[in-house]
Design a binder for this molecule. Structure first.
Ligand code: GRF
Length: 206
């Protein structure tokens, strides 16, 4: 049996995707353990939730530091917790390729649009205002660009034209909570390789 995957979560806010991953673990749907939650924001609600759950939670502020020195602090904590995967869950800072390489490219992110459409901030509002008929969410491996790494998985949401951008965001968020644990599980349990930009899963043995 393969060893249980050790996850480090990076977040800056609410933390609902972190909780969705934790709940999938508690249900037995994902054989992993969240060993540390990190944030650049002391007041991130996700940090408080991690502490309530008894998960190690550490704030590494970014103000007054250059990017790399803040990242080196994050790296040190993630390594001391021996993480196998770094999961960005609403972490609002770009990471350098030096950071990503430190974790052998095992850095994941979730984004609330069907990438490559609408990278960056307020993706749901961008999609709504553009007038797309379908949107959704994407889990991808992280590279040094903005929401630009190879795609691991996506889920689709049909846009209800009579509703609002907020309503679309809420429906996308519900899909995010389903997608992130499933994408993680596939990466952890299945064999896969990168071909160009493509994450290719090899057929599962049955
Ligand atoms: C999500 O919409 C995620 O796609 C984006 O940031 C938001 C984080 O929400 N990257 P939460 O903190 O997980 O609730």
């Amino acid at each position: 049996m393969s060893k249980q995957a050790r996850l480090g979560i990076l977040l800056s806010g609410r933390g609902s995707n972190f909780l969705a991953i934790q709940q999938a673990i508690e249900r037995g749907d994902l054989d992993a353990r969240i060993v540390v939650v990190l944030s650049n924001r002391e007041r991130a609600p996700g940090i408080a939730k991690a502490r309530e759950l008894g998960i190690d939670a550490v704030v590494v502020g970014h103000r007054g530091k250059d990017r790399r020195s803040q990242e080196l602090e994050l790296e040190q904590i993630l390594k001391s917790h021996r993480v196998d995967w770094v999961c960005l869950a609403g972490y609002m800072r770009l990471l350098s390729s030096a950071f990503i390489d430190e974790f052998r490219g095992r850095v994941l992110n979730i984004h609330p649009s069907l990438l490559p459409a609408f990278p960056g901030l307020n993706a749901q509002k961008q999609a709504w205002e553009y007038g797309v008929k379908v949107s959704g969410c994407t889990v991808h491996l992280v590279d040094a660009g903005m929401d630009s790494g190879p795609i691991v998985g996506q889920r689709i949401v049909e846009v209800d034209e009579s509703a609002s951008a907020e309503h679309l965001s809420a429906r996308i968020l519900a899909e995010e909570h389903l997608l992130y644990p499933v994408a993680l599980k596939a990466l952890i349990q299945r064999e896969w390789r990168i071909e160009g930009r493509r994450v290719v899963f090899l057929p599962s043995e049955s």
